[in-house]
Design a protein around this ligand. Structure first.
Ligand code: H79
Length: 415
């Protein structure tokens, strides 16, 4: 079981992932060819030669990038940490690297160290900062791994010594407190290499967490598969990295945006199983956050802020609710059960097998008391019925808090 032993990670519940790099300029299309896959993989998927892809840097001039706007937005959405791509698989550093000129300051007309700007904005607004760093895949360095290609002739250790390790030292010494390093796709990394990278991080910033994707079963917390949620509660610390559409890097043709209500439900589902939701935005070539991302996250943020008490500080139930419901998720604090309802038109909440004695029911966001009845059904199971005011029928989501008489088990098992 992976355990960060760090309160902030356990309590965070919700974070912002930012995928931004040279690929954002292509937005899913290169010389008339479109990628059907995640847009930050365009160099690999469309076989763009290094010398050609490098030329993008000369065009990268994201004049609308505003670190403080993004940090303030993340804060307003209730997020507790930000993870930014300091270097993705394409090998381009989104900060002023001294050991590779292939970086946003030295290779672009923009010349701004956006990581420094992000660091300062995070410090100003009391937001934790973590950094994505692609430690194994580097499509720019001849010895970095590349998925779907022959890596057998590569001297991976030479790449680690020449680029990865020096760059990790830079991002861990030049940008203040870094709360975590988000390693990804270990591929052929040996156990010793993974261990050495972990030691390097901890030797510079002992409290800096390392994501599960350092490989070889190391790392401080479990990272699920991209966009996948564990079916059952998972003891220990973990995180679901996820997108709002079907790409991480900006893709102008991807309009498959999730419904905001669905995103809220995914957040609560992940939290109820003990995990954090690291939700992505992909700024475009000019540094603008897609309006659809803002629209969705503004709605998610409204729910998070109105129902913060049912999200932050919640603990995983010893036993999940024994029935499969398509309209609700449950979160829990000692002596309180939160029912997150994701369906309009309901007139009552009817739930069998709540064994703990219910003492009160309230609509969380207003504190309004709701009338309820506890009875036994014809089979002898406990049933709770909460009356819902008609005003809720037009709402796609809301949370009802049940005050419980005892700290013990909340649900009866099905007999
Ligand atoms: O940073 C984001 C992704 O770019 C990265 N992880 C998240 C957080 C990631 N790396 N690898 N993968 C995701 C999965 C790769 C899937 C692949 Fe493919 C399938 C690579 C090759 C085949 C998709 C299809 C990409 C290229 C073709």
């Amino acid at each position: 079981m992976k355990d960060t032993k760090q309160r902030w990670f356990k309590d965070s519940k919700f974070g912002l992932f930012i995928h931004w790099g040279l690929y954002s300029l292509l937005a899913g299309e290169y010389q008339g060819r479109k990628t059907e896959h995640i847009a930050e993989w365009i160099m690999n998927h469309l076989d763009i030669p290094v010398k050609e892809y490098e030329k993008l840097a000369a065009e990268f001039n994201p004049v609308h990038f505003d670190a403080e706007y993004i940090v303030k937005k993340a804060k307003s959405w209730g997020m507790k940490y930000i993870v930014f791509t300091s270097k993705h698989h394409d090998g381009f550093a989104m900060y002023h690297s001294k050991c590779s000129p292939y970086n946003i300051v030295d290779a672009t007309p923009f010349k701004r160290d956006v990581l420094k700007e992000l660091q300062l904005a995070c410090e100003k607004h009391d937001m934790r900062l973590g950094l994505y760093y692609s430690q194994a895949q580097d499509w720019h360095d001849p010895d970095g791994f590349m998925a779907l290609k022959d890596n057998s002739k590569k001297n991976f250790q030479a790449y680690l010594d020449r680029k990865c390790i020096p760059q990790l030292k830079e991002i861990l010494t030049g940008y203040g407190k870094i709360s975590l390093i988000w390693f990804d796709t270990p591929m052929g990394t040996t156990a010793e290499q993974s261990r050495n990278l972990v030691s390097l991080v901890k030797s510079i910033q002992p409290d800096c967490l390392v994501s599960g994707r350092i490989g070889n079963d190391l790392g401080d917390y479990m990272t699920t598969s991209d966009n996948f949620i564990p079916l059952r509660p998972y003891r220990g610390d973990w995180e679901v990295p996820a997108t709002l559409n079907d790409t991480w890097g900006f893709n102008k043709d991807d309009h498959n945006w999730k419904d905001p209500n669905e995103v809220i439900r995914l957040l609560v589902k992940i939290n109820s199983r003990g995990g954090n939701y690291l939700l992505n935005i992909g700024p475009d070539a000019l540094g603008r956050v897609p309006q659809d991302s803002i629209r969705i996250l503004d709605q998610v943020g409204t729910y998070v802020n109105e129902n913060a008490g049912a999200i932050f500080g919640t603990t995983v139930l010893a036993e999940p609710y024994p029935y499969d419901l398509n309209w609700a998720e449950f979160t829990h604090k000692p002596r309180t059960l939160f029912i997150h309802v994701f369906i309009g038109q309901k007139r009552v909440i009817y739930l069998p097998n709540i064994g703990n004695k219910v003492e009160k029911a309230t609509l969380l966001k207003t504190g309004e008391a709701l009338s309820f009845e506890s009875q036994k059904d014809c089979e002898g199971n406990s049933v709770i019925e909460v009356a819902l005011p008609s005003s809720l029928r037009q709402q796609a989501n809301y949370c009802v808090a049940l005050g419980l008489a005892e700290e013990g088990p909340v649900f009866e098992t099905i007999r």
